[in-house]
Ligand binder design. Structure first.
Ligand SMILES: [Zn+2]
Length: 345
């Protein structure tokens, strides 16, 4: 029996050595290590042995089994290694293949557009002045010549957040920042001011393709000793040139409570270059901002003496500018976070 086991081990190892394919290896495993294999058969014969031999033979049978199992595992590893080397030799790595691109995020188009506007105004000597989004009725309306019950209030549908004496509200425009900027930066009405006031504004609107309840606005303010309407026109024309390239602009009269006189500025349509299209309603021009000379009362509210100081102000909607620049048909895309929209920029 002991001789049989030694022979079995020698045969098994000899047969395993030249095996290099999966089918033959599986056959070998079934033949020696399977449930009905040679080792199992030897174990079953133990019972028939005389008692004094059983211990030694059983031990050898277990050792043989362990040895064959280890040889089997080693073989599986060796075969994997050989298969890998062969495939590397047959199909060498092509280091010239292009790599897999790494997906990177990018700025939201509204942010990118805002930064472009900041950069242009920064280059032109305007500093950014940030102002609060929750305002008092006084700041948002009254100091800008819009007293309570004034019909102009209909233009700014307002979210009131607290109906106290102060009438706290979400700012409907960035204009209250004009008062704050003048009061903070003018050193008691003795220094000129040149700022842009960007930020989110809120209106109690029915959301539609043209109106959102929240939107960015970039307001601008320049106050000095001899600021004229010619400065307003020249500065805004230069902004349009830097933002939209060389194309005609036009000004025409408008009305705002906090500027006098007031104007709208149009730039030649970016889509049709002035020929007329649906975007410009076949006028060849697109309205991009409102502006005007700061009203004397507003200057006074900001701490300046309007007999000595004058200024101009303007306001634009950067989302509207992006819409015009890219021909976007619906303002709601900006806040819907739809990747199909965002990936186009
Ligand atoms: Zn057009």
């Amino acid at each position: 029996m002991i001789n049989d086991l030694n022979q079995l081990r020698a045969d098994a190892l000899a047969q395993l050595a030249p095996i290099w394919d999966d089918t033959a290896l599986e056959e070998w495993r079934v033949k020696y290590l399977g449930r009905k294999g040679a080792i199992s058969a030897s174990m079953e014969q133990l019972g028939a042995l005389p008692k004094e031999e059983r211990g030694a033979v059983g031990k050898l049978a277990n050792e043989t089994k362990g040895e064959l199992e280890a040889a089997y595992i080693a073989k599986v590893g060796a075969m994997k290694q050989r298969a890998l080397s062969e495939s590397l030799e047959a199909e060498p790595l092509d280091v010239t293949l292009p790599g897999r691109p790494v997906l990177r995020g990018r700025l939201h188009p509204a942010t990118a557009n805002l930064r472009e506007i900041y950069r242009i105004w920064g280059d032109m000597g305007f500093q950014i002045f940030r102002s609060r989004q929750v305002e008092s009725d006084e700041m948002n309306f009254q100091l800008l010549n819009i007293p309570p019950n004034h019909p102009a209030r209909d233009n700014w549908s307002t979210f009131y957040v607290a109906d106290t004496e102060q009438r706290v509200l979400l700012r409907t425009h960035t204009s209250p920042g004009q008062i704050r900027a003048m009061r903070q930066l003018s050193q008691g009405g003795t220094q000129p001011v040149r700022v842009i006031l960007p930020g989110m504004c809120y209106r109690y609107e029915q959301i539609s393709a043209r109106y959102e309840i929240q939107f960015n606005q970039v307001e601008g303010l320049a106050v000095g000793r001899n600021v004229t309407f010619a400065d307003l026109k020249g500065t805004l024309t230069e902004f349009a040139r830097r933002m939209f390239g060389e194309r005609p602009v036009r000004f025409y009269g408008d009305h705002f409570p906090f500027t006098e006189p007031s104007a709208q500025m149009d730039v030649q349509c970016i889509i049709c270059d002035g020929a007329g299209c649906a975007m410009c309603k076949y006028t060849g021009f697109l309205e991009i901002l409102g502006a005007g000379m700061v009203h004397p009362q507003v200057l006074r509210n900001g701490g300046y003496d309007p007999a000595e100081w004058s200024g101009f102000a303007f306001g634009m909607g950067p989302e509207r500018i992006a819409i015009l620049k890219h021909g976007i048909e619906d303002i709601r895309y900006f806040w819907a976070n739809d990747l199909r929209f965002l990936e186009q920029f």
